[in-house]
Design a protein around this ligand. Structure first.
Ligand code: KG4
Ligand code: ZN
Length: 375
C-alpha cells in the first residue's frame, strides 16, 4: 500500500510517500524543508514563526513529494500525520492540511505520535544503508528482522526515554528524564558556549575536534570533570538540567583564567558530550540487563550523534552480545515525514476492518495535541 506522511511538529516541514508491504518499507520520496536559518537568529524555535513557515511551505513540499514519488491521488491508500506532541501552532498546520486532503480525496486518515514515528524510522527499507558510515554499515538491518522485545533509547529535543516494546505498537516507558531532554541540553549548552543553532550537531563537531586534535597534548585546562547525573540511581530515569548548569558555572570560572577560548570550548563540548553519553549508555545497558531485549534501537534527533552510536554499539557488543543494535539511516534520525508514514503503516496493519472504515471520517475530529501521550 502507498502512504502519504506529513510532519510539522517543530521546525521541519516534511511530506513523504512510502510503499509499504510485509517485506519492506520502500521510500518513494521524503521532502524536508528546514527552517534552521529562520530560527538561528533567535537561538531556538519560535512557535509562531514556525507556523508561518509551515503554512508557506506545506503545499510546495507536498507537490514536490508527489512529483518525486511519481504518484497521484488515486495511488494513495492512507494519509498519516503527526498529531503530537510538539508546538501547537506548528502541529495545527500539518493536521489541518491532512484533514483537508482526507476529506477532499476521501482517503483514510491516521494521527501518529511523533515518538512512535522516531522509533519506526528504524523500519524504513535498507536500500539507503550504503550512506551510513563504514563502521555502522555492519549493523544489522531490518532485512535480518527486528525481533521483540525491543528496547528503544529515544533521544530528541523534547524527549529522553527508555521504552520497552514486547510487540508492535505496545509501549512501556521504563525510564525518562526528570527535567530537560538530552537534545534540549545539547542545544542549551551549545548556546552557553556561543555555538551556532542548532546546538547539538555544532557541539558534537567541537567535541570531535577535541578528541582528535593535538591541542589535547598541550591542555592547560586541568580538572574539568562534569557530573554524571543519576548514573548510580537504581531506576532508569535521567536528569540533564544540572549538567547544563554545571557547564554554565564552570565556563564562568574558566573563562577568567583560560588563555585559549577555542580550546576551552572544544574541551567543554567534549566533556559535556561524554557525560551525557555515559549516562545514556550505562542506563540503557542496565535496562537491557533487566529486560533482555532481542533488539536495542536508537531513535530521535540525538541518535544522529556518531559518538553516541559508537559508544552504545560497543557497550552492547561487550555486555549484551545477544542483543542486536540498530540506528536509523542518518536522514531519518532527525524529523522527517517518512517515519510518520511508516508508523502509519504499522498502525493500519493492526486495525480491524471497522476501525479502518471509521478512519475515513477522522478528518472530522482529529485534533492536534501538544501533550499527546504514547499509547
Ligand atoms: O528529533 P528531532 O529532530 O526533533 C525533536 O523531536 O525534538 O531532534 C532534534 C534534537 C535537537 O536538540 C538537536 O540539537 C539534536 O536533536 N541533534 C543532535 C545531533 N543532531 C541533532 N544532538 C547531538 N548530536 C547530533 N549530531
Ligand atoms: Zn523529533
Amino acid at each position: 500500500m502507498i502512504i502519504l506522511g506529513i510532519e510539522t511538529s517543530c521546525d521541519e516541514t516534511s511530506v513523504s510517500i512510502v510503499k509499504a508491504s510485509k517485506e519492506k518499507i520502500e521510500l518513494l520520496s521524503n521532502v524536508v524543508s528546514s527552517q534552521i536559518k529562520i530560527h538561528a537568529k533567535w537561538g531556538g524555535v519560535v512557535p509562531n514563526l514556525a507556523a508561518r513557515e509551515h503554512l508557506k511551505n506545506i503545499i510546495p513540499v507536498f507537490k514536490k513529494s508527489l512529483d518525486k514519488a511519481n504518484v497521484k491521488k488515486d495511488n494513495i491508500d492512507l494519509i498519516s500525520v503527526t498529531q503530537g506532541p510538539g508546538l501547537i501552532p506548528a502541529l495545527l498546520v500539518g493536521t489541518n492540511f491532512a484533514k483537508t486532503l482526507s476529506y477532499i480525496w476521501k482517503k483514510p486518515l491516521l494521527g501518529i505520535h511523533h515518538i512512535e514515528g522516531h522509533i519506526y524510522a528504524n523500519f524504513i527499507g535498507n536500500k539507503n544503508l550504503k550512506s551510513i558510515s563504514k563502521k555502522l554499515s555492519k549493523l544489522p538491518s531490518n532485512k535480518a528482522g527486528t525481533k521483540f522485545p525491543i528496547l528503544s533509547l529515544v533521544v530528541s529535543g523534547g524527549h529522553t526515554q527508555l521504552i520497552l516494546m514486547k510487540d508492535h505498537l505496545k509501549y512501556e516507558i521504563i525510564g525518562e528524564t526528570q527535567d530537560d531532554a538530552v537534545g534540549e541540553a545539547f542545544d542549551k549548552v551549545a548556546r552557553i558556549l556561543g555555538l551556532t543553532y542548532p546546538g547539538g550537531p555544532a557541539l558534537a563537531q567541537h567535541a570531535k575536534k577535541w578528541k582528535s586534535s593535538k591541542i589535547q597534548k598541550v591542555d592547560k585546562i586541568k580538572q574539568l570533570r562534569l557530573p554524571r547525573p543519576m548514573l548510580h540511581s537504581q531506576d532508569f530515569n535521567f536528569s540533564f538540567s544540572g549538567l547544563k548548569t554545571a557547564v554554565l558555572y564552570r565556563m564562568q570560572d574558566l573563562q577568567k583564567t583560560s588563555e585559549n577560548k577555542k580550546q576551552l570550548i572544544a574541551k567543554m563540548s567534549h566533556e559535556f558530550q561524554s557525560a551525557a553519553i555515559e549516562v545514556l549508555v550505562k542506563k540503557t545497558i542496565r535496562a537491557a540487563q533487566k529486560y533482555s531485549p532481542k533488539t536495542i534501537l536508537l531513535a530521535g534527533g540525538v541518535s544522529a550523534n556518531k559518538e553516541l552510536q559508537e559508544q552504545l554499539k560497543n557497550a552492547i557488543e561487550r555486555e549484551i552480545p545477544d542483543s542486536k543494535f540498530q540506528v536509523p539511516n542518518p536522514k531519518f534520525c532527525v524529523d522527517n515525514a517518512a517515519m510518520i508514514a511508516t508508523a502509519g503503516y504499522f498502525r493500519w496493519k493492526n486495525m480491524s476492518k471497522k476501525e479502518k472504515e471509521k478512519s475515513l471520517s477522522n478528518w472530522k475530529d482529529l485534533q492536534a495535541d501538544a501533550g499527546l501521550k504514547l499509547s
